[in-house]
Ligand binder design. Structure first.
Ligand code: ADP
Ligand code: MG
Length: 243
């Protein structure tokens, strides 16, 4: 199996607060990994370290056989290979849907506008938002905004998609449409690392579930193991509280 990203001994502190402690883990090509755990356990910080929105305090992030935390590494090229979807969408609200999916391609990937538009429409179609190319982002519902945000990330054709609680900011009636899109993407073979509170989704879609608590990976394994036969007391306690 080919590893897309491998993390070794990753640590992150904010001042004296050690938020990630000696994290080892990897994502294989085509794999869907769901990260679960209580609020404050370090899930977002882990994703933010992986895409270098936060600078790790120690450890290695291996991508294409190289430690991208080495000073001489081209961080810019690495970051374009990671698609990120946030809880709060982060769209340009006064731009239309198409432009939201084009800007990054033109600015970062140096694609021509016409080509970028073609690619954007392809992925807006994948998320079922191609009918809305001319709508302003601010006119959309939360679920529609998040689907556009997913199309925007896909338009960069990343090696792996990172999702940080993509449905947590949505009204309950809109959660389903976003999870449906993510399920379809998972089936299509996309490599995905997803922080989520949606346990039913994780059960159904994940190849592997990672349970984090207080900055460490307590347990990881196939969903059947984590949800039906957790090996660790901390995992059992967490699941008792959430399920
Ligand atoms: P989760 O996503 O699992 O809820 P986070 O990664 O957001 O957890 O946060 C883990 C811990 O790190 C929390 O205690 C949080 O307060 C702290 N933390 C996160 N970001 C920062 C920051 N920029 N500065 C200081 N502390 C932070
Ligand atoms: Mg978080």
């Amino acid at each position: 199996m080919e590893k897309v990203i491998e993390i070794q001994h990753l640590s992150k502190s904010f001042g004296t607060h050690e938020v990630l402690k000696d994290i080892d883990f990897s994502v294989q090509k085509g794999e869907v990994v769901c990260v679960i755990g209580s609020s404050g356990s370090g899930k977002s910080t882990l994703l933010r370290c992986i895409n270098l929105l936060e600078k790790p305090s120690g450890g290695k992030i291996i991508y294409n056989g190289e430690n991208i935390l080495d000073d001489r590494h081209d961080i810019h090229a690495y970051r374009t290979k990671l698609g990120m979807v946030f809880q709060q969408f982060n769209l340009f609200n006064n731009h239309n849907v198409l432009n939201n999916c084009v800007v990054g391609q033109v600015k970062v990937m140096k694609r021509r506008k016409e080509e970028a538009e073609k690619v954007a429409i392809k992925y807006l179609n994948v998320v079922g938002m191609d009918q809305y190319v001319n709508a302003k982002a601010q006119q959309l519902s939360g679920g529609q905004k998040q689907r556009v945000a997913i199309a925007r990330a896909l338009s960069m054709e990343p090696d792996v998609m990172l999702f940080d609680e993509p449905t947590s900011a949505l009204d309950p009636e809109m959660v389903g449409e976003v999870l449906k899109v993510m399920k379809d993407l998972a089936k299509s073979g996309l490599t995905m690392l997803i922080v989520t509170h949606e346990m039913e989704f994780a059960k159904e879609v994940a190849d592997r579930v990672v349970f984090m608590d207080k900055g460490v990976i307590v347990e990881e394994g196939p969903p059947e193991q984590i949800f039906n036969q957790p090996q660790k007391e901390r995992t059992r306690e967490f699941l008792k509280r959430t399920l």
